[in-house]
Design a protein around this ligand. Structure first.
Ligand code: ADP
Ligand code: MG
Length: 327
């Protein structure tokens, strides 16, 4: 067995790829890198000629190359009643959290946008104005103000694609991580992959627990990934399209575990915005495992199967099964 890994910077983040193979680990790794780069070219609204860029410029674009992703995005937009909304771009551009990824970024540069600006941007966010024709692969809107951004689902999608090519190339096991989204299959020489569940109020290396898993995707959304503080208020990058402000649903973190990286990625964002009660319903509807951490440091899970894969190591947090919650 050979075990090889690499890091690549794409989609505004660092991806770690690890592959375990009989002999051709390097080839599988290179194939995965190519897929991650091409996902960026296809999805990123900043990239000239990407599906998102073409749609945003002409309100009508052939997106058949990413048909499944567009259908999943629309479906989760609907099923979450717009808590996840793929037409978030006007709002995310007003908040500009992506500035925080730039090298010379200074947190003091971040500002709370004027309420009128937020209200104006929010009025332009509406996935119901998007039309997708699965036969022609054309995404369109009659409203020229509508613009799409796939940031909350794209990394999960790219991970799915990268794992698929590595599987095809005969790899025995692989893991692709983009920090908050991870996908994996198979095992390592010494057993299952282990994935840490970050402590939402700790240092970057602190974790509340460890997931031991195989053949699944794990996506986490939290209010600590990208945020700034002004006058004692935390402003983070997961936006609630119904208010125009960072989601304030009583949660610090949501983790979703399931077979599809794209679905888990979008659902972790949607569940974070929806909050515990509605988020649990959405997770159940999609038949995924979900772990919610609220601001009181309670950890809620939707399904007792979570207990088989999660070991909590922090004494500060307490676990509860959601259906045992007192009304
Ligand atoms: P991370 O990038 O930290 O993994 P997410 O997967 O939750 O976090 O996605 C962040 C991206 O989602 C950003 O590009 C942001 O603009 C976008 N976004 C923020 N709120 C929403 C929302 N309610 N619906 C869809 N996309 C969103
Ligand atoms: Mg997401």
């Amino acid at each position: 067995m050979t075990d090889d890994s690499s890091q690549i910077f794409t989609m505004g983040t660092v991806f770690t790829v690890r592959v375990i193979a009989q002999e051709n680990a390097r080839d599988a790794l290179l194939a995965a890198e190519e897929v991650l780069n091409s996902s960026d070219r296809l999805l990123s609204w900043r990239r000239e000629g990407s599906a998102a860029d073409l749609f945003n410029k002409s309100h009508q674009a052939d997106v058949s190359e990413i048909k499944d992703l567009i259908e999943t995005s629309l479906q989760i937009s609907r099923d979450s009643s717009g808590a996840f909304d793929m037409s978030i771009l006007p709002l995310s551009q007003v908040w500009q959290f992506d500035k925080m990824e730039e090298e010379d970024f200074d947190p003091a540069d971040m500002e709370v946008p004027a309420p009128e600006k937020i209200a104006e941007a929010r009025s332009r966010v509406d996935y119901t104005k998007l039309k997708f024709d699965p036969d022609s692969g054309v995404l369109s809107s009659e409203d020229p103000e509508i613009a799409i951004e796939l940031g909350a689902i794209g990394k999960g999608y790219a991970i799915d694609q990268a794992l698929a090519v590595m599987k095809e190339s005969g790899a025995k096991g692989a893991l692709v991580s983009a920090g908050s989204s991870i996908g994996l299959f198979g095992t390592k020489a010494d057993g299952n992959f282990k994935v840490a569940l970050r402590d939402p109020r700790g240092e970057i290396s602190d974790y509340v627990g460890v997931l031991e898993v195989t053949d699944c995707s794990i996506s986490t959304s939290g209010d600590y990934e990208r945020y700034f503080e002004k006058d004692g208020v935390r402003y983070h990058h997961i936006l609630d399209p119904s208010t125009g402000y960072p989601a304030d649903s009583g949660l610090m973190q949501v983790t979703v575990i399931g077979p599809s990286g794209a679905v888990c990625d979008a659902l972790s964002t949607a569940c974070f915005v929806l909050g515990l009660d509605e988020g649990i319903k959405l997770a159940d509807q999609y038949n995924v495992l979900a772990i919610f951490v609220d601001k009181e440091k309670n950890i809620w899970y939707n399904n007792s199967d979570v207990l088989d894969i999660l070991e909590i190591v922090s004494k500060e947090y307490t676990m509860h099964e959601y259906n045992q919650k007192a009304e």
